[in-house]
Design a protein around this ligand. Structure first.
Ligand code: 4NP
Length: 156
């Protein structure tokens, strides 16, 4: 097992939920003084190279986090060797990730909200086709997970 933690957040497009998760966790980890590698990716390829959705950028900015310079990428086999933890934002993406794990992949894989007390088994709902309020719900979800993950990593 690698000791230096490296965390990858994974959703479908890597333009809404996982960039929010990356941004929330970057801020929480920095505030806690944690030395951790952080990235996000999508299981789909439609948005590769694109910035996060403008609604996601605005929502993060309202919470003092700048995600505007992130660029979407698709998850790849190498990620399961590079990262110690891979967190899926919902069940479909968890299933997609589990199909991609190579035989020598060591990353711990889980559902993001399993980190949060009382929310195990829940998904971060895809806000893409909804209104801006959905992004605020996504932010609250990923922030709760980010705080729980910081607590867990600090106690290692
Ligand atoms: P995300 O949201 O998985 O949270 O980045 C989505 C973004 C784009 C699409 C679906 C979900 N799409 O189908 O284009």
């Amino acid at each position: 097992m690698l000791h230096h933690p490296a965390i990858l957040f994974v959703c479908l497009g890597n333009i809404c939920r996982s960039p929010l998760a990356e941004g929330a966790f970057r801020q929480a980890a920095a505030q806690a003084g944690l030395d951790v590698e952080i990235d996000s990716a999508g299981t789909g390829a439609w948005h590769v190279g694109k910035a996060p959705d403008p609604r996601a950028i605005r929502t993060a900015k309202a919470h003092d986090v700048d995600i505007s310079r992130l660029r979407a990428r698709q998850i790849r086999t190498e990620d399961f060797r590079r990262f110690t933890h891979v967190f899926a934002l919902d069940h479909d993406n968890l299933a997609a990730i589990q199909r991609l794990v190579p035989p020598d992949g060591l990353a711990e894989i889980g559902l993001l909200l399993d980190l949060v007390q009382g929310r195990a088994g829940e998904a971060v709902t895809d806000p893409y086709y909804g209104d801006e309020a959905g992004f605020e719900t996504s932010w609250a979800d990923v922030l709760a997970a980010a705080d729980a993950l910081v607590t867990r990593l600090k106690s290692r």
